[in-house]
Design a protein around this ligand. Structure first.
Ligand code: MG
Ligand code: MG
Length: 259
């Protein structure tokens, strides 16, 4: 059953999302060559707690960390490690926070130093996929329209759209109904209406769409070892239109100040 949210609930969810947005902004300030995922994890937990919120992933499904850090061919669910990032890496940082009992959940893929042009292009197209998907999250459309838009754009560029992991409803629990696949058919799936709150999160691979899980039972990697990108926003449908509750503004400001 989909739990549609009231205007009051959506305002709390916006605050929850913004805790995560600011956390990603703090990460953007420091991420670079030589930095480790474990360092980002400590930073994220400290920052979230300093805001009076609680890490959203840590302890949920036995997740050991506040952020999930997925490097290069790691698609999502990478566990923070002591291995320093190096020039040319791409690092997806996915973060969750609970604020007044509601979840925020969003992710950004960072470039470490100078990244190969074809990898840059993968990130650019994945970000475009995210916003094209969001545009479809409007009243009268169906969930399949979101996935259709994402899949069309990714496949136009020859990329693989991950099937095994999907976006999701968001609220008092991290994963609610409906599932929001990054692939789909126009006019299929649940109808979109006011009060729907979802996380849209394209996971786009440079090569095959196929993924495998590592022995740590967490990390998802591409089957062919090619890079993957992941961006995620939290959305509420308000007055028939998609409203983005999260923002990359803090990330973008931090990255602009570093360059
Ligand atoms: Mg999510
Ligand atoms: Mg996430």
């Amino acid at each position: 059953m989909i739990k549609y949210k009231t205007a009051e609930e959506i305002e709390i969810m916006r605050e929850a999302a913004l805790v995560v947005s600011r956390t990603l902004g703090e990460i953007a300030k420091v991420i670079g060559p030589g930095v480790t995922g474990k360092e980002l994890d400590i930073l994220a937990e400290d920052y979230i707690r300093s805001q009076g919120a609680v890490p959203g992933f840590k302890g949920l499904y036995d997740c050991p960390s506040t952020v999930l850090v997925s490097v290069n061919d790691q698609v999502v669910h990478g566990l923070p490690s002591d291995i320093p990032f190096k020039e040319g890496d791409v690092v997806s940082v996915d973060c969750g926070a609970v604020w007044k009992e509601y979840y925020g959940d969003h992710a950004y893929t960072f470039q470490i130093g100078e990244v190969k042009p074809e990898v840059k292009q993968l990130l650019k197209v994945t970000l475009e996929c995210l916003y094209l998907g969001i545009e479809e999250a409007k009243a009268g459309n169906r969930i399949g329209d979101i996935g259709f838009a994402i899949q069309q754009h990714a496949e136009k560029h020859g990329y693989g759209v991950v099937r095994d992991l999907v976006g999701h409803g968001l609220g008092r629990t991290l994963h609610e109904e409906p599932q929001v696949p990054n692939y789909g058919r126009r006019g299929r799936g649940k109808k979109i209406q006011d009060g729907l709150t979802i996380a849209i999160e394209p996971m786009i691979n440079m090569g095959t769409e196929k993924v495998v899980q590592l022995d740590d039972n967490w990390t998802i990697v591409t089957e062919d070892g090619m890079p993957s990108a992941h961006f995620e926003h939290d959305i509420a449908v308000v007055n028939g239109k998609p409203e983005i509750l999260s923002t990359f503004q803090y990330v973008e400001e931090a990255l602009a100040n570093k360059s």
